[in-house]
Design a protein around this ligand. Sequence first.
Ligand SMILES: Nc1ncnc2c1ncn2[C@@H]1O[C@H](COP(=O)(O)OP(=O)(O)O)[C@@H](O)[C@H]1O
Ligand SMILES: [Mg+2]
Length: 361
Amino acid sequence: MAEIQLRSISKRFGDVEVIPGLDLTIPDGQVTVLLGPSGCGKSTLLRIIAGLETQSAGDVVLDGEVINDAPPAERGCALVFQNNALYPHKTVRQNLAFPLRMAKVDRAEQRRAVDEIAGTLELAPLLDRYPRQLSGGQRQRVAMGRAMIRRPKVFLYDEPLSNLDLELRVRLRLEIARLQRSLKSTAVYVTHDQTEAMTLADQIVVLRKGHIEQIGAPLQLYRSPANLYVAGFIGTPRMNLLPVQGHETTADGLVLRLAAGTLKLPPGLALPRAPATVGFRPEHARPAAASGQEVALTLRDCEVQAVEHLGDRAFCYLRSDLGEVVVLAPELGMGDAGTLQLAIEAKALHFFDAEGRAIAL
Ligand SMILES: Nc1ncnc2c1ncn2[C@@H]1O[C@H](COP(=O)(O)OP(=O)(O)O)[C@@H](O)[C@H]1O
Ligand SMILES: [Mg+2]
């Protein structure tokens, strides 16, 4: 059992407040991903949990016990970084056994533990090699094994895959997911990569400038972003966001006035607050003629800027009178003068108020 609570954690470096006061519960046995752009304080938070950095205020609580004063070695956390230096003059076996040797574990037990970890991480054929004889991915697996060997209560990963090429990143990402599922240990995984977050997380914490913007399961964040920031951050290509200049209630329903066009919403749909932005995901826009749907957005003067072919689907980047829009587009059906009627179901629309907060329908 290892549940971590961060209570009113703040951190300043000199005059700069990097984390202004953050509360977070990291549940036992799950993978919590801290997701945010570079510089938002992810590594700082992880280091505070590990005890490698001291918070300016607030408490780190492990299973109900405040551990602010516990040194790193007593916290039961294992850290896996982007660049885990292995000992170049030690074999894989010796690298894996090193933490146990330091802890004066007897030799037979060291051997047993190394063989077990090597089995889990498929390192058995590599045990007699030296780090220079390993690929980047193999080295990273050894580093993970070295972190795992003392059976930590908590795994802390700080962008462990950032330095690897794409293919390896995808493979190791799945491997970490599988490993965490079988170990069922508490893990905190830091990344700026939303795909990594979506693949690995039970819970994603979206961070921005040391603030939590939203916490939720991956699909929950995708389907119901709490604000404009999360809406724009999760999803590739990102959600289309169009400014709303005003709205009128007509006999046919609500009409939103956009910069250069209108968006008609079906009757019966009411917004409790005035929308300042309307958003829709690329996959939710269809050519209106084809769909026969009611909610329609007319884009004029459309110019195709780029088409991103992904094999099974293609995304079309359009410049229009409403600005740049990206749609999942098998059949655009562009009309004369580059006019395009897009239909988006009302339930696929996202509305945000002037403060950027999502408006629930
Ligand atoms: N030891 C330090 N001294 C001063 N500023 C720091 C130190 N460590 C981190 N920072 C600053 O704190 C902010 C958050 O850093 P970090 O936690 O590394 O972000 P992330 O891991 O999300 O990229 C950054 O602006 C960074 O420059
Ligand atoms: Mg970092």
